[in-house]
Every structure is written in C-alpha cells, then in structure tokens.
Write a protein that binds this ligand. Sequence first.
Ligand code: GLP
Length: 245
Amino acid sequence: MTLVVSADYEAMSRSGAEFIMGAIRRVPDALVCLPTGSSPARAYELLAAHGRLEPELFGRVRWLKLDEWGGLPIDHPATCERYLLDRLMIPLEVPAARFFGWQSQPEDADAECQRMADWLAAHGPIDLCVLGLGLNGHLGFNEPAPALQPGPHVAALSSASLTHSMLGGERAGIRYGLTLGMADILHSRRLLLLVNGAHKAEAMRRLAERQITPEFPASFLWLHPALTIIADRAALAETDARRFR
Ligand code: GLP
C-alpha cells in the first residue's frame, strides 16, 4: 500500500490523473475501470484536457464502468454512463467498442450481471481499477453487509448511496445498484483510491484501523498487493498517516 498525501483536491486530482496516465503509458491497451462521483471528477477533467495535447496516449485504452444506478433511463443526467461519456469518452473520442458498461434499465438485472461477468472473463483482468470511497466504506455499490459478493451483482442501496450528490436530491426511479463485486475489484492488477474532503475523514479513520470487515467494504483493500491511495489533508485530518505504511 502506498499513501500519497496531497495538499488539497486540486493536488489530489493532478496526482490521480498523472497516476492513471502513467499506467496507460506502461500498458497502452490497458483495461481501466472507472468510478463516478465527486472524487475523480477533476482528475477526469485533467485527463480530458491532456487528451487534446496527446490524443495518441488514449488511442488504445479500454474503459470499463464500475457501477450504475439501476432503473434510471441511460440518458438521464444522473447516470454513471452520462457522467463518464460527458467527462471522458466524448472529450477523448473513445469509440463505443472501447467503452464497456452496465445498461441502466436491463430487462433482467441478473442477466445483465452475467453479461458483465462474461465480458470480464473474456477481456479482463482489469489493469487499473480507480475507486472512490463511500462515506460508509462502500466501493462501487459493494455496500456494508454481513457478507460481500465476489462478482458482478445487483445491490440493495444504502441510504448513503441513495442520498449521493450525483442524484441531486431526487431518486428518479432508482431501484437498485449494479456493480462489479469485490473479487472483480481485488483481481485488478493495480488499484487507485482517490479520497478528498473533510466529509471523508471519518471513513479514512476507519480504513486506517486495518480491520478487514464486510461492514466496511473498503477494508478489503488491505488485501491487495498494489494499492495506491491518493488522499488530501482534509480527508486525513483524523488519521495518523503512518498507519498506512
Ligand atoms: C458512489 C458511487 C461510487 C463512488 C462513491 C464515492 O455511490 N457508486 O462509484 O466511488 O459513491 O462517491 P464520491 O466520490 O462522490 O464521494
């Protein structure tokens, strides 16, 4: 585990964007899995800006959408699909063949999970999985529970997820979450966790306890041999950073 301490959100975002580009330089056709939410938003903006300077860097990357709100029309402004299209796929001119993800209104949600599992079996493993940290320790929509699921699955959403800022206060027909599972995430060759802001200080303090429990899914990250956390000082305000070494 490597912890990079950044002064603020902007510095975290710059380090995050550099980290992602470094991974792509090493493996130009990397499979990169992406979360949504506020944590990676600025890093994605920086990647998109870099794409205008060095478009060839992104010419072979394969992108995968980590999770999706189930029940929202795919073109709804709050979908993870719309988020990633607008911030990255359209600016980087990524063709549909190199961006794979969940449908948001599948006829059969279990079949959609099987479709994702089959796709990963054929195209994985993930080279770099970027993650954000849920306030309750969730990763993607792997929510705190007595047991976690290894593969792509339909998730009952916690109130922390249903009140996520992406939704702008409206649930707009969300019925469940669709997410890669914990094994999908942990089988990634490298993991990058981006964490910023005072609102994440309690979650970081919990992560630093080094207790692996399904009641705090991010604690499973301790099992991964190649995890980098980039966190800003506000997110580390309640944590002794030495606990991450
Ligand atoms: C959301 C998403 C995750 C995201 C996480 C943190 O519910 N399902 O993909 O990483 O919560 O979001 P944020 O970065 O906005 O704090």
